[in-house]
Design a protein around this ligand. Structure first.
Ligand code: URA
Length: 240
C-alpha cells in the first residue's frame, strides 16, 4: 500500500467523519511515530507508520468483511428512501467504510449475506465462472417428486427460457413441511424460486446457509452480524 494522507488513513478506518477527524488532527490529538502531526495532508505509510488517535493505536485495514444474518423484510441495497436496507442494520463506523452487500437476497429471504468494501472479493464470489456455490434451504408448498433432483442436476429451464446451470438438490423432508436444500453456482434474479417453479413447486420460505466453504454462523440471530474470521476471509479469497 502506498503512502496516503493522514486524514484519509483515519477516515478509511471509519473512526469518525472527515470533518471530525480534521478537527482531532488540528487539536493535536494525532501522533505519527510519536510526533504530534497537525497537518491532515501529512502522508503516512500504512504498513510502517504508527498512528495514535487520542493515545490509542489505529491499525490500518484496507478491507473489511462481515457476515450478516439478513432478516426478512429488509432489502439488499445500500440505500432506499422508504425501505430499511441491510446497511441500516450496521453501525455508522462500519457504514463509513463504504461497505456494500455481496450479491443480493430477496426481501423475503433470510440468511447469510456477506458485506465488504473489497470489490474484487465480491466479484470473484459472484462470478459463475469461479464456481463458488451457494447453499439454500427452502420450504416448499408441495413435494415436486424425486424427478426434481434429476431435473436440477441437468439444469432446469427458467420462465424466460434460460437453462440454469446444474444444481444439487436434496430433500430433508417430503411430507408435512416440505424442506429442500439446493446448491447453486449462479445468482440470477429470483434464481432458486424460479428453479422450483420450473418443477412445479412454490418456495414459501428461503434461507441462505452457506457461500463457498463459509457457513452462516447459527449463533447470529436475524439482523445480527459479525466480522469474518481470518480463516473465513482466506477461504473466500479475501485479503488479511
Ligand atoms: N434465489 C432466490 O430466488 N431468492 C434469493 O433471495 C436468493 C436466491
Amino acid at each position: 500500500m502506498p503512502k496516503i494522507r493522514l486524514d484519509k488513513f483515519l477516515k478509511d478506518q471509519g473512526i469518525a467523519s472527515r470533518s471530525e477527524l480534521k478537527s482531532f488532527i488540528k487539536k493535536g490529538m494525532v501522533q505519527v511515530n510519536n510526533e504530534t502531526v497537525k497537518d491532515p495532508g501529512t502522508h503516512v505509510d500504512t504498513d510502517k507508520d504508527i498512528v495514535l488517535l487520542d493515545g490509542r493505536p489505529v491499525v490500518y485495514k484496507e478491507f473489511v468483511y462481515y457476515m450478516l444474518n439478513k432478516p426478512k423484510g429488509v432489502i439488499t441495497a445500500t440505500e432506499d428512501k422508504r425501505l430499511e436496507t441491510v446497511l441500516d442494520l450496521l453501525p455508522e463506523n462500519i457504514r463509513r467504510r463504504d461497505v456494500f452487500p455481496v450479491g443480493r437476497l430477496d426481501k423475503d429471504t433470510e440468511g447469510l449475506l456477506l458485506i465488504t468494501n473489497d470489490g474484487n472479493f465480491a466479484h470473484n464470489l459472484l462470478s459463475p465462472k469461479k464456481h463458488v456455490t451457494k447453499l439454500y434451504e427452502a420450504v416448499l408448498d408441495v413435494y415436486p417428486g424425486n424427478e426434481a433432483v434429476k431435473a436440477f442436476e441437468e439444469g432446469v429451464i427458467l420462465d424466460d427460457g434460460y437453462k440454469a446451470m446444474p444444481a444439487k438438490l436434496e430433500f430433508l423432508s417430503t411430507e408435512g413441511k416440505v424442506v429442500a436444500r439446493v446448491e447453486v453456482f449462479e445468482g440470477k434474479f429470483h434464481q432458486v424460486k424460479r428453479m422450483f417453479k420450473a418443477v412445479g413447486a412454490t418456495v414459501l420460505e428461503l434461507k441462505r446457509l452457506r457461500m463457498g466453504e463459509v457457513w452462516l454462523d447459527e449463533t447470529l440471530k436475524p439482523g445480527e452480524f459479525r466480522e469474518l474470521t481470518r480463516e473465513e476471509i482466506l477461504l473466500l479469497g479475501g485479503k488479511v
